[in-house]
Structures are given as structure tokens and as C-alpha cells.
Design a binder for this molecule. Sequence first.
Ligand code: NAD
Length: 531
Amino acid sequence: MATVEAPTRPHIRLHQGAFVNEPLTDFSKDENARKMREAIDKVRGQLGREYELIIGGKRIKTQDKIKSINPAKPSQIVGLHQKAGKEHVEPAMNAALSAFESWRYTSVEERASLLFRVGDLLRECKFEFNAWLVFEVSKNWAEADADIAETIDFCEYYGREALRLSKVKLDVQMPGERDSLFYIPLGVGAVIPPWNFPSAIMAGMTLASIVSGNTVILKPSSDSPTIAAKFVELLEEAGMPDGVVNFCPGAGASFGNAVVAHPKTRYIAFTGSREVGLDINKSAATHAPGQLWIKRTILEMGGKDAIVVDADADLDSAVEGVAQSAFGFQGQKCSACSRAIVDERIYDKFLEKLKVRVEKITVGDPAENTNMGAVINEGSMKTILEYVEQGKKDGRLISGGNRTPNAGEGYFLQPTVIADIPPKSKLEQEEIFGPVLTVTKSRNFDHALEIANDTEFGLTGAVYTKSKEKISRAIREFHVGNLYINRKCTGATVGAHPFGGFNMSGTDSKSGGPDYLYLFTQGKAVGEKIG
Ligand code: NAD
């Protein structure tokens, strides 16, 4: 294959210095609260706009549309999107393949520089991006801000990681040879994110792909295509060449499925439910006629995350950690605590304190910066309420248990705590993905670890204890990809907490960590005779 000249682009600017996390915004400061209110007003004025598919840089309209709505006010349209169908797979693939021929040879400095520019642009319009998340997925201000800060972190972190990988040196050199290892791109990737971190996860998988030299067909979730459209606009503004990211909202079961199955798809970066992840794994493993490679899959899936509260734990801090992990963003995080496993010696006291804490949580329109907004859609609300009804039979309702009274049309649910849920029962085993926490009594620490490990998932977990010996045991025996000690089990930070789970939680890809970009590249070893 002939080498295609890489286009030269101005403004290569490489960030100097070590990676530093983007600071989170303190909304208790008047200045920040004012900026957030202004951004919300500005974005409110832009709701309902129509967005096109972007294939090879061309804007395309389709007959079928996707309406992205505000879960807090479902009659309010956040964005009207085109719906890519099977007929768009070939054009998107051709555009991505064609862009790959030059993007793969574009210098890593230029690719990293694109990410740094995107990070800079995002910093400038951070409050506006926060506001889009408030409207599109009902995040409160702090949750939205954390999602955007993480997106900026991915720009800065993966940019630096790509530069680091490009300079890898082999320690062993054969006499008379120059021996090198190059991490080269894979090809066209299907990037399929969920709606719950509609900026950070969508952008993270996309940025890791393109900084490594791949090109992408990006199919965002139908619940959150607007934030993805905004992000792609930023990529374009930062100078991304046409066809490097092809923006194609569409149904998972038709368009998504067809992209996964396409013989020219080289890899699939997916984050979402266990069921869909397993389907993608199966489809990707099937060799299609003309397919030259074994497709690579990066699959991050669900969780049933537990916090173990030991008899000697600092109870107030455990209650706070459990409440924040269970009800932040309405419990719709793969890392959310959905099970508290509490030692019988402190069980009653824990529940008493937890009830008081949970009943302070405010629920309502997150534009007003409530603690909890609405759950993502009507289907999800119904499923969660079915779990709650089952829970009322299997256990003892401590607080919540219903839709929020007088909530109007929004999908608002009360934060719900159900105690005395037996190990192995439905609520203790299945991912609910909503504001529902089960509490299970343990006889001792051994028993607590046994219950914690006894699900098919293995994503996050936390242990509250003062005992050094129990901390060591948790590090050794609590089988999760992300374990936290004496702190909440949500809020993984890029660089510090590479994120990804075990077992049915996925392929443990460790996003935001030093191993992540290896998944988007292949190593080419060159032994060159010299002298
Ligand atoms: P989902 O599986 O329903 O959808 C995820 C994406 O897959 C969407 O873009 C969807 O359109 C697409 N899709 C659906 N069917 C498809 C198919 N047959 N082929 C190709 N694509 C298809 O998940 P969701 O409801 O968007 O997200 C919630 C889930 O994501 C939860 O299970 C949560 O635990 C998980 N999650 C995991 C992590 C992690 O890092 N492990 C992070 C966030 C969310």
C-alpha cells in the first residue's frame, strides 16, 4: 500500500509538564453559581435544535429522527437527531477507511496536539457543556461538572500517553542491530458509549482511538446524542480532519449491530450493559467473509457494587460514603453502591443514621441544582419501580419506595433504601441502575466478603474498617477492578484510579490508566541491521 502524505497542520502545541487533573468547580462560590445559571439560560435558548449525521465531514439528514428529551421535563426536546440506518454503515465505513490512510501516518505530535486543543476549547465552554448534561441526562451541577472535568482529563492524559508510547525504547539491543518497538494504529473502530457518562465515556473511547491513529464510527446512545454532537463540533473546531470521527446516532440493534458485524471494523470500544456487551462479543467473534483480522473488543459492562461496613468502622463516614455512592446521579453509575453489607453488631445503628441522611436528599429539576434529578427515561423508571416492589416483598423498606410526589411529568424517583435483603436474592444480584440501595446483614468480616464477592460482576467495591488486617484482606480477597478503602466507591479519577472491572463487568480495560492506549494499538517490532 502506498504511503499517503500526512497533511501538515498549523498550531502543533504540545503541553509541557506532568498531567494534572482538571479541578472540580466549587458551586458554593457565588461567581461559579452565577456562571452556571447563565450557561443554563443560554443552553435553554438552544434546545430543540436539529443535528445532522457527519460522515466524512458531510452533514446528512435522514427521514427517521431521534428525539433527545429532558428526563426532568419529557415534553422538552433537547436535540433532534438523524437516525443512521443500515444504509449508512457503508458510507461511514468508507469515510473512516479513507481518512485512516492519512491519519495513520499523521505524526503522534499532531494527533496529541489535537487532543490538547480540544481540552483547551472545552475549558473555555465548560459551564455550557455542564448545562447540556443538566438538560439531556438530568445531572446536577456537580455531577455534570465532574463528567466534563473527566473529559478534559482524557484529552490531557491520552495526549501525553500517546507521546510516551511513541518513545518506548527496548532495553535489549542485539549486537549490530537497532531494535525498536512501534505502537501503530489498528484501523477503523466502532465506538459505542452509554448515556450515563455521555461526555466522559463517549469522548474517552473516541479520544483514545484517534490519538492512537485510528478512525472512528461513533454511535452515541439515543438517550444522549446531543452532548456527543457538541463534542464532535469541538473536534472539528480544533482542526480534526474530515472522516476521522464519523458521527452517527442510530439504534443499537440495527445500525450499531451492523457496524459491529462489518468485516472492515477492526475493533469495538463499547461501554454499556452486560447483555449488549455479550452480544457484541459474540458478533465480533464471528468471522465475516473478507475479514482480515480477529476483531478486538474493549467491553466495559455493568456492576453490582458493594460497600462493606465493618463493626469497627467510623459509622458517620460510612453512612456518608454509602449515601453518596448509592444516590449520586440517581444511582445511575456503573460504580454506584447498590449493596451495603453491614456487620450485625452495628446494623441497626447504621440504618438509623442512613435513613436520616437519605431523607435529606432533595429530588427535582437539576437546573435548580437539586441533589438528585430524574432517571433517564420512562422505561428505566418503570423497571426500577418493579425492582422496588419486589424489594418491598423480599426486605424491609427504610425510606423512599415510590415516584416523587408532585413531580409533574419528570421521571423523578425517591432515593430508596431496602434493608434485610437476603444474599442471592434478585435485588442483591441484578443491576438495577437507579436510586435503590439494598442493605444486607453480615455475621462478620469473612461473611461480608463472601456476600460481596458472590455476584457475577466485579466492578467497584469499598470497605469501611479501622483494622489494618481487614484492609489487607480486602486488598487480597475483594475481587473487583476498583477497590476503595474508607471512602466512597464512585468518583474514579483519571490517572489515580484506572477504571474497569472483572468478570461480567467487562474486559478490565482500565480507562484513564497507563495501559489503556495499548488496547487501541498493535506493537510492531523492527530489528534493523546497522553498520
Ligand atoms: P446499553 O447496553 O443499553 O447501551 C449502550 C450502547 O450500546 C448504546 O449506545 C446502545 O445504543 C448500544 N447498543 C444497544 N444494542 C446494541 C447492539 N445490539 N449492537 C451494538 N450496539 C448496541 O447501556 P446503557 O443503558 O446505555 O448504559 C447503562 C449500562 O452501562 C449499565 O449496565 C452500566 O453499568 C454500564 N456502564 C458501564 C461502565 C463501565 O465502565 N463498566 C460505565 C458506564 C456504564
